[in-house]
Design a protein around this ligand. Structure first.
Ligand SMILES: Cc1cc2nc3c(=O)[nH]c(=O)nc-3n(C[C@H](O)[C@H](O)[C@H](O)COP(=O)(O)OP(=O)(O)OC[C@H]3O[C@@H](n4cnc5c(N)ncnc54)[C@H](O)[C@@H]3O)c2cc1C
Ligand code: FES
Ligand code: FES
Length: 1298
């Protein structure tokens, strides 16, 4: 939305006309006139900028993260008198579309409750259950739940779990969110302390069924198509026409007379195919006839405005009429996510397939498999087609009118399968729908003949729909004969030729194997159990995921409260009520501008020219800046770092590098400008995209860390009885902070006020001061709340900070620089990827003798955020060996410079040594759990870094965890399961942890001030609250040391004024070091206060005590500069220990998998706040699971451009990706003598044990390989995605049998 576009709008008004006098939309009970706004404007930015309702957040603008959810209500066009109430995503829904919904009402998070006015029970419970960390996703979850409860006040726990398939949270690991929401369920686990909600709690008026405190709807004058002429023309401006027909005839007439038309139903297709513009928009939602649904003798007839959610409901409602309806409903629940299905129509889905033949349309598969018939009409006639025929109909001037979904005939059977990389909200790798008509043989009693079969696929190639040859082959064949199965598979194998070469698709081999595997599943489902071998029987079924559950075990010390007290985060209520103010929520000043980067499309070239003419023609354009315009140094990495240019001065090092900065009156306009900057290149060279290519070309930086040599590894390996060599990889990971990179700079009389979303203010200050050429004192940075960071905002946040600062300085106006998700994913580097090679020598019992590891670490286009050689302290994990050689290689590629991501270096290094131990065990045919146990450190052992382990307890922890979670018993059960099931396998793995914590790199300035008049306390510190609960822990420590209640304490936002020179918030140590600083401050204050206290009567109130101190001229402010000295010989401050046991189950035929159980035992010392620390463990672990099992960066092999820069192709864990049974125990009675108040860090260490999930999957794969006689070692690199898992199982269709 524009903030400074009034001029522009008035000229638009002159250009055309706006039909009707009042175009009102209703938000939270208030009517707003949108007649002057572009009807295409998505609701989310309208809420944000025009209505200043900032609780609704945005990130993806693809309808795929759920943070923009609002509740939409309107009169049901189909059933008069009914109201429809549903959560929708507001990032794509156009405001013009609301005008066609009768008596509509949009409810945002603000209407539910607030800290001041009183919280809604959902907001309160989410906070109380510790379900918000950074809080950026929280309003979306609250609204989604509100939508569920408005429709169903007594949901079951299953309904609650199923409801969140479109809400993403990167911080929490979902468990506390699901628990909070399930506490509203009728059958929730008694341990969830919630209760059912009543109608008052929902703030719904029992009479009107509307939100309380709002005017009744009948006061609303609703003008559908008012004064819009007979055709319902509502808008004719902004270069478009926007129609809102009210009858089918009108719709046909408009279609007949128009070209370049888009029909708008849900308008979600623009989340899939972006940047397509039309001249004519026709909102069909006002045509009542298109909502009809009738059950006819032949089947269900559904008209084209019916949404996918409603279609699913109807299919369920009529499931007694045909078993296929249930099958279709179940399958369609896998399309997109609930908010999308709530608005998206089946017709729009089919049209996507029509317009983009490669589109993986699930609706198409379902309809074609079911034998549905589509009716297509224009102004003159209507005709009926199969979905396949429809693809060849000329749709110019035509609409999809309705679909007839036939009932299954007697002896007809149908099923549909969708295999995707995740169980929720993901497009298919391959989908397959089968419908078969069976008949009885006249000749043989037991024969069952296939009279006809329909086999429909998507995901093979753009033209492959039916497996015609196999369909033909099967006709008349006996289904019970193995020959039929074998013959069909061999025919299918021949006719399926998947296209290959699109890096975004899974491999052709995998997709082909899926087509065969899915057919096999269907085939088995047709047979009776008595003729199928018991070990094949389970092949036909999908993995079953029960409701997730788990235990949290910890101890606390009430005598020390508020220290060690499990309590919600200080600002949790503001987060869940949407009141927390992130940078983007600061209301723009009247002259504020927005900026965005144009990114290079070449990966290794020199800029030849940049033409900004077209960009400057965009209405509202303010400026385009190039490298030459930067007033100071053109780098966002101040010295002594290597230069990383803010804007390329000529050389282009990677595709995605910023080359120009576009500034405009709105973010939308700035993005429009970005597209119009024309860049030409010269001297194009083939970029180095892969690590393999770089290694081959020896494209290396000087490694920042030295090789580590301990003992004589070469000698030790050569004399060892057993030796292995191997190679394994760990991929890259996008941080996926829900708040993308953002910064706002406001010129003031003293310089520049900066609101940054940065983990390191001091460094951002240096970068800005260098870029605009002013002293540091003129740059004042504040970081209040960050919507996630995970390392991406340590120094990469400097890029947007410098962009905004340069533009603000040159234009003397406030400027925001915001990265949209795509730019964020293209311009900014990820977690470093690795190829690692190793040689190991060991004894026959698995004892390690010598280890040589070479780490090839992908740094991308700059070595600034180096890892190579910096993290050797983690290379041994928990295992002792006398001889080590660790060799770092920093690899240079033409990708965005990679950067630190939660548990940098330690994650891959621990994975590598775990892989080595697994390899050793396999070589010796020993149980890896025992081989690991054999090599564990004991107290007093020395690590390769030369540090003695004074408090090492890993052997005891390992042993006790194995017993506690009954590893032996479960391994037996798994063995039996694997023997009984050929195509489902389970595996269990154990990963121990030793994690070194170093304090030396942390430096923070902390200040505690007591106000003499009322005794309240204000704390400032140099850390940044990024959702990790830093402020809460600091307040607990402050309260404990001063002996006052927590609610007397406030933590002020971090600024470069109150905490100059502070270091980065990261490495898990910021919470404890700031707690240390605040403890120091409070002890100083206590020292000053105590003499006065001794003069006062015992029991004097705190308020009176500080007043007395003031009178005695006591300084009530204390400061502490924390910058710990290194331990002797640079040893870590302390080590954290832990053990994780993970159990996985896989579907061998598809590679789909689930983590059935995870048990984590983690040593957090004496946790300062167990709620927060358990939240960190869960969040870190699930983020790690994403890294090892799901998240894969895909680059264009020719340019290096990120191809999956968005939510469509890059998937992080969803709420149903987490372990089904997720148990966490914080080690009891484990005070840390080397920590702050006996605590230990929790932010990163647990993440390093998440590779246990990959190894559990690997064990399951091994079981599958054993079945085909391939019981040998194989490496499993991360991410082990569904396709990798299936391929590793060595599935061969020739082994399929009955
Ligand atoms: C996050 C996300 C995830 C998704 N995941 C999946 C998935 O897993 N599987 C899958 O199959 N799809 C998926 N989709 C696609 C989704 O199903 C479609 O976007 C949706 O069904 C389109 O319906 P709509 O009403 O929003 O169409 P719109 O966007 O309103 O319209 C789409 C097109 O259809 C045309 N159109 C609409 N109605 C008619 C009509 N009656 N007659 C003729 N033309 C018409 C329009 O002119 C336009 O060209 C996903 C989409 C999103 C955003
Ligand atoms: S911003 Fe709307 S779903 Fe992501
Ligand atoms: S709390 Fe969910 S994304 Fe941060």
């Amino acid at each position: 939305m524009e903030t400074a576009s009034l001029q522009e709008q008035s000229s638009d008004l002159e250009e055309g006309f706006t039909a009707g006098r009042r175009f009102m939309i209703r938000v939270n009970g208030v009517m707003h006139d949108v007649s002057k706004d572009d009807p295409r404007t998505p609701l989310a930015p309208y809420l944000h900028f025009m209505l200043q309702l900032c609780g609704t957040k945005t990130m993806c603008f693809e309808c795929s993260c759920g943070i923009c959810a609002v509740l939409l209500e309107y009169d049901d066009p189909e059933n008069l008198g009914n109201r429809i109430t549903k959560p929708i995503n507001s990032c794509l829904f156009p405001i013009g579309s609301l005008l066609s919904l009768k008596n509509h009402q949009v409810t945002t998070i603000e209407a539910l409750g607030s800290v001041k006015k009183g919280l809604h029970p959902i907001q309160k419970r989410l906070a109380d259950y510790n379900g918000s960390q950074c809080g950026f996703c929280s309003p979306g979850f609250v609204i989604q739940m509100y939508g569920l409860l408005k429709n169903n006040q007594t949901p079951s726990a299953q309904e609650v779990e199923d409801y969140f398939d479109g809400n993403v949270c990167r911080c929490t690991g979902y468990r506390p969110i699901l628990d909070a929401m399930k506490s509203f369920a009728t059958d929730s686990d008694p341990s969830l302390r919630g209760s059912l909600i009543d109608i008052e709690d929902l703030m719904i008026c029992s009479k009107t069924k509307q939100l309380c405190n709002q005017s009744p709807l009948d006061e609303v004058e609703h003008l559908i198509g008012a004064a819009g002429g007979s055709m319902g023309l509502l808008y004719s401006k902004f270069g478009i026409k926007w129609y809102q027909p009210r009858t089918l005839t009108q719709l046909h007439q408009i279609m007949h007379n128009s070209r370049e038309v888009k029909l708008i139903n849900g308008d979600t297709s623009k989340g899939v195919y972006k940047g397509i513009y039309y001249k004519v928009y026709i909102d069909v939602k006002g045509v009542p006839d298109l909502y009809n649904v009738t059950m006819e003798p032949g089947g269900l007839k559904v008209w084209s405005n019916v949404t996918l959610s409603s279609l699913i409901d109807y299919l369920k409602q009529y499931s007694d009429q045909s078993p296929s309806y249930n099958v279709m409903a179940h399958y369609l629940l896998k399309v997109a996510n609930r908010p999308v299905r709530n608005v998206a129509g089946w017709a729009g889905n089919l049209m996507l397939k029509y317009e983009h033949r490669e589109f993986l349309s699930d609706v198409f598969v379902a309809f074609e498999a079911a034998g549905a018939k589509l009716t297509i009409s224009d102004i003159c006639e209507s005709n009926t087609y199969t979905p396949m025929e429809f693809l060849d109909v000329n749709m110019q001037g035509k609409i999809l009118l309705c679909v007839d979904i036939p009932k299954l005939a007697k002896d007809e059977k149908m099923n549909i399968y969708k295999v995707m990389s995740q169980t929720q909200n993901t497009q298919a790798y391959v989908s397959a729908g089968f419908r078969v008509q069976l008949g009885v043989s006249d000749t043989w009693e037991n024969e069952q003949l296939i009279e006809s079969i329909s086999m429909v696929y998507i995901g093979i190639n753009r033209n492959f729909i039916h497996a015609f040859a196999t369909e033909k082959y099967l006709q008349g064949k006996d289904i019970t004969s193995i020959c039929t199965l074998k013959g069909a598979l061999s025919t299918l194998d021949k006719e399926v030729i998947p296209d290959d070469g699109n890096p975004l698709f899974a491999s052709a081999t995998y997709r082909k194997s899926l087509t065969l595997g899915l057919f096999y599943k269907f085939y088995l489902s047709l047979l009776s159990e008595d003729i199928v071998s018991p070990c094949n029987w389970s092949a036909q079924f999908s993995l079953v995921r029960p409701i997730s559950t788990g235990k949290r075990i910890y101890s606390s010390r009430p005598e020390k409260y508020p220290l060690t007290k499990p309590m919600p985060k200080l600002n949790a209520y503001q987060q869940t009520s949407g009141e927390t103010q992130y940078v983007n929520d600061i209301l723009p000043l009247p002259n504020e501008l927005f900026s965005a980067f144009t990114l290079s499309e070449e990966g290794n070239a020199t800029i030849s020219s940049i033409d900004i003419t077209a960009a400057m023609e965009v209405p509202g354009a303010a400026a385009v800046y190039l490298a030459k315009d930067i007033p100071g140094s053109n780098t966002f990495m101040p010295p002594p770092h290597e230069v990383e240019e803010i804007l390329s001065s000529g050389p282009v090092l990677y595709a995605g590098q910023p080359v120009a900065l576009c500034v405009a009156v709105s973010q939308h306009r700035a993005l429009e400008m970005v597209e119009r900057v024309k860049v030409t290149y010269k001297d194009q060279q083939p970029p180095i995209v892969t690590l393999e290519d770089a290694i081959e070309k020896k494209s290396f930086y000087p490694p920042p860390g030295k090789e580590l040599l301990v003992g004589d590894p070469i000698g030790a390996i050569s004399v060892s009885p057993c030796k292995i060599e191997g190679e394994v990889r760990a991929g890259e990971q996008y941080h996926f902070h829900m708040e993308t990179q953002i910064c706002r700079c406001v010129p003031t009389e003293n310089g520049l006020d900066v609101q940054a979303s940065s983990q390191w203010l001091d460094f951002a200050q240096q970068a800005i001061s260098g870029a605009i050429g002013v002293p540091l004192k003129e740059v004042n940075i504040t970081a209040k709340h960050l919507g996630g960071a995970y390392g991406a905002k340590v120094n990469r946040a400097n890029l947007v900070a410098c962009g905004a600062a340069v533009a603000a300085t040159l234009l003397h106006r406030p400027v925001q620089c915001i990265m949209d998700l795509t730019s964020n994913m293209k311009a900014i580097g990820k977690r470093h990827g690795y190829i690692v090679k190793y040689k190991v020598g060991f004894n026959e019992d698995g004892t390690l003798n010598g280890v040589i590891i070479t780490y090839y670490c992908n740094n991308g286009s700059s070595p600034n955020d180096h890892e190579a050689g910096q993290y050797f302290a983690y290379s041994d994990n928990a295992y002792k060996c006398k001889n080590w050689q660790l060799i770092p290689v920093a690899v240079k590629t033409n990708l965005a410079a990679h950067t630190w991501c939660r548990a940098p270096g330690s994650m891959p290094n621990i994975f590598v040594i775990e892989t080595i131990l697994e390899h050793v065990a396999k070589f010796l045919s020993l149980d890896p759990i025992r081989v690991k146990q054999k090599n564990l450190y004991a107290q007093g052992d020395t690590t390769p870094m030369g540090f003695v382990l004074p408090y090492c307890s890993i052997q005891e922890l390992y042993k006790s965890q194995l017993t506690k979670v009954d590893v032996a018993g479960r391994l037996q059960a798994i063995k039996k399961f694997n023997a009984d099931n050929s195509w489902k396998k389970k595996g269990l793995a154990v990963v121990p942890l030793k994690y070194c914590l170093y304090w030396t790199e942390g430096r923070f300035l902390c200040t505690v001030s007591i106000f003499a008049s009322d005794g309240s306390v204000i704390v400032t510190h140099g850390g940044v609250e990024i959702g990790q609960g830093l402020n809460t822990k600091v307040a607990q420590v402050c309260a404990y040391v001063l002996g006052i209640p927590v609610n007397l304490i406030s933590i002020n936002p971090t600024t470069t004024i109150n905490s100059p020179n502070s270091g980065t918030t990261g490495r898990s140590i910021s919470s404890e070091l700031n707690c240390l600083g605040v403890r120091n401050c409070c002890e100083i204050l206590r020292e000053r206060i105590n003499p006065v206290k001794r003069m006062l009567p015992p029991g004097t109130l705190w308020k009176d005590l500080v007043a007395a101190c003031f009178k005695c001229k006591v300084n009530l402010t204390a400061q502490s500069w924390v910058w710990p000295d290194p331990q002797p010989r640079d040893a870590p401050q302390y080590n954290s220990y832990g053990v994780t046991v993970a159990e996985a189950e896989i579907d061998v035929l598809t590679g789909e998998n689930q983590i059935n159980q995870v048990d984590i035992l983690f040593d957090c010392g004496e946790s300062l706040n167990p709620d927060i620390d358990i939240g960190q463990v869960e969040g870190a672990f699930v983020m790690g699971m994403g890294y090892w099992l799901m998240e894969k960066m895909i680059y264009n092999p020719k340019t290096g451009e990120v191809l999956n820069a968005g939510t469509w192709d890059y998937k992080i864990p969803f709420s149903k990706s987490i372990p089904i049974n997720f148990n966490i125990e914080l080690l009891k009675n484990a005070p840390n003598p080397m920590g702050v108040l006996r605590s230990k860090a929790s932010g990163e260490p647990p993440q390093c044990m998440s590779c246990a999930t990959l190894f559990a999957v690997k064990r399951a794969i091994e079981a599958a390989r054993q079945d085909v006689g391939q019981d040998t070692y194989f490496p499993l690199s991360g991410p082990a995605t569904v396709d990798v898992i299936q391929t590793s199982c060595l599935v061969d269709y020739r082994n399929f049998s009955i």
